[in-house]
Design a protein around this ligand. Structure first.
Ligand code: ATP
Length: 384
């Protein structure tokens, strides 16, 4: 029996078209105890061996339950978190090796759009001052006068009138504030925008407008996006490719359409099975995968496959001992770009390995009150 605790993977893409190259990244946070917190008693394995590449001009969606490490990975890419292991190469340069002016220039190229625009915009600063701040810091503007044209262009690009410049964040709606946050990110002419839950704080009616705006801006300015979200619907709409994270690692990665047409990892299957279908007849017969148990703590992740404790297709003892690599699977209809970290993806897809009595149609669940057993992220169903 092979006992493996490392999950090294083949890169999904290589070469000049790669803007962000994440290799073997781990971010482990020490858990400290003691009167003066000097004793390390363990680690939170927030990100635990992630390889992913983001191509220039694409939108990469990173999806997973709360606490799976999405934001920490995003922060590692932004150089706001130093990886415990592994590297992040941005535009050909390892960001950990940069300092001084080169690091400052690189920081300009990677901007962030936050979930809560109110929290990320200083309420005491006018929109003009908020937008010009980064431009000044990066030598793109001297003062308000010289930047006036650029500021008006930025506001127009995000669909706000020039009059907004003299106003303050509290004078805007949530959607408008997010537009200001986006204008702020754009102000320094970045290459990559990391959007962490960019619409989850907004009313559903406004979400689509902001998503459409992000798409229009991508085309206009040739931007690359990393969109971090727990909501499958948002990620599906905006992403070219999607990575599904579970407990600090990618469990599946594919072109968005391929992932939705043929989810191959048991966890992705469970997530997808929670998404309602608009047709009531299909919806009634739809099979849902019931996940038992809670999400394990990232401070004490299960050995072997991180998902084995909740997996309906778990096989003894390989799943408990050997951590599966993200690999191209030999499944009809799955292209090489579709990678899955499951030992049994082929056998599950062919029906050779059956789930252990944990699937049910919606009608069966309602009749038996089995809804309580479903532990897939409620947010997925709520958001749709
Ligand atoms: N600075 C930190 N120190 C210790 N633990 C941390 C720190 N930052 C994050 N964590 C832990 O790391 C794990 C992953 O957190 P992270 O915020 O990356 O997850 P997430 O998938 O983005 O979740 P959410 O959607 O709720 O933000 C969580 O258990 C979190 O509590």
């Amino acid at each position: 029996m092979t006992v493996s605790e490392t999950a090294t993977t083949e890169p999904s893409t290589t070469g000049d078209d790669v803007l962000v190259d994440v290799r073997g990244v781990k971010v482990h946070f020490p858990i400290k105890k003691g009167v003066i917190f000097d004793k390390v008693v363990g680690y939170v394995y927030a990100v635990d061996g992630v390889d992913l590449q983001i191509r220039r001009g694409e939108t990469y969606g990173l999806v997973g339950e709360s606490g799976c490490g999405k934001s920490t990975l995003g922060r590692a890419i932004l150089n706001l978190e130093t990886p415990t292991e592994g590297s992040v190469v941005f535009d050909g340069e390892d960001i950990a090796s940069l300092s001084g002016e080169r690091l400052r220039r690189k920081r300009k190229d990677i901007q962030m759009v936050f979930q809560d625009p109110m929290g990320s915009l200083d309420p005491r600063q006018s929109v003009e001052s908020l937008l010009i701040e980064g431009m000044k810091a990066h030598g793109l503007a001297k003062d308000e006068r010289s930047a006036a044209k650029r500021l008006r262009e930025l506001l127009s690009a995000v669909g706000l009138p020039a009059a907004a410049l003299k106003k303050y964040p509290h004078e805007f709606s949530g959607g408008q504030r997010q537009r200001i946050g986006i204008a702020r990110a754009l102000s320094v002419d970045p290459k990559l925008i990391v959007a962490d839950e960019p619409v989850s704080a907004l009313d559903v009616s406004v979400q689509a407008q902001v998503i459409n705006l992000l798409e229009d801006l991508q085309e206009e300015f040739g931007l690359t996006y990393l969109v971090v979200a727990h909501d499958l619907a948002v990620v599906r709409h905006i992403s070219d490719r999607i990575g599904v994270m579970y407990l600090g690692a990618l469990v599946e990665e594919a072109e968005a359409d391929d992932l939705y047409a043929q989810p191959l990892h048991p966890y992705t299957r469970a997530l997808m099975s929670a998404v309602p279908v608009p047709d009531p007849l299909v919806e009634d017969r739809r099979e849902r995968i019931l996940l038992k148990g809670d999400l394990p703590s990232p401070a004490n992740p299960p050995k072997g496959c991180r998902f084995h404790t909740r997996c309906p297709w778990r096989q003894e003892t390989r799943c408990d001992t050997e951590r599966p690599q993200l690999r191209v699977v030999e499944v009809a209809g799955a292209p090489e770009s579709h990678r899955v970290a499951c030992h049994w993806a082929e056998q599950i897809e062919s029906g050779e390995i059956q789930a252990h009595e944990v699937t049910a149609t919606l009608t069966e669940q309602t009749a038996s009150g089995g809804e309580d057993d479903f532990v897939g992220p409620a947010s997925v169903t709520e958001a749709l």
